[in-house]
Ligand binder design. Sequence first.
Ligand code: KG4
Ligand code: ZN
Length: 338
Amino acid sequence: MKVLGLESSCDETGIAILDVESGEMFQRLYSQIECHREYGGVVPELASRDHVAKAAPMIMDVVEEAGGINELDGIVYTRGPGLMGALMVGACIARAIAWALDKPVLGVHHMEGHLLAPMLSDDKPEFPFIALLVSGGHTMLVDVHAMGQYKILGESLDDAVGEAFDKTAKLLGLPYPGGPELASLAATISSTELRFPRPMVDRPGLDFSFSGLKTFALNTIHKHSPLSDQSRAEIALAFEQAVVDTLQIKCKRALKQTGYSRLVVAGGVGANQSLRKRLQVMTKDLGARVYFPALEYCTDNGAMIAYAGGLRMAAGLKDVDVTDVLPRWSLEDLTGLN
Ligand code: KG4
Ligand code: ZN
């Protein structure tokens, strides 16, 4: 079965055609970063318009490469969570193509795409596992019993971890999206005396809170202003260390609590090298294993949507009526495959 997958939940237009049985994949990815950079963050209306402009030519390109439109057996698209207008663009395009071809269409959960992204690698994790989902909009620890069977063990009570990276980077005068910029700045030095708090690690449970770190960064910046290059790098490193430590402590707790021996890390912040290294060490000490998606599949992309949607469609699922997009949608509302 060959499915066309569309991702348009935020500021990336991702298009992929996946042969579910063979795993053969054709894809295109367009990032809107340049379009939003001058505003210091994603402008939802501009995001929607850019998806409109880019999606159709990208789809035609991929379809041609994959052997033509008649090869497709179904269309899957990101139904949520995400920006309302951006989601609607993908949903309308997906439904229009499905209607024209008289093929099934199915809305996919964006975070299910993220958490299954490591399955696109040769070294795939087996179920069950703990998923740490760390993106610009979400931070959660999920008990993944099987595909579609998700229990949220903990999540951020305020800012998502990617959001905290982006806001702190902005305070340091770094361009949007700040996460990778802040990580690069932190990597220019090897140590610092500065120490940021590790939020909520002294309390039991698996929830997170990152908004305090941003305030702590602001106060530290004021204290050290005017900032030298050295102190900017030290603040970046101290912030990153606090985030990485906090995530590591909670991942370890989740593994111990469930007795699982596999941890999957997904979402944009999963590209962070310090986080990757720290989790490698922690899981090795525990006798467990950590799996990361390939770097290209950490941030938003069409392949992960084609994969999650393709498996669901191959199991016989499709939208029966015209469905709403779901800007807010819990992973726990999904159902497993029979
Ligand atoms: O998953 P994603 O592409 O989009 C959402 O669904 O949100 O995640 C984007 C987030 C942004 O906040 C970005 O700054 C962060 O991931 N990010 C990073 C790194 N690469 C991307 N944060 C820290 N270190 C990185 N290397
Ligand atoms: Zn995402």
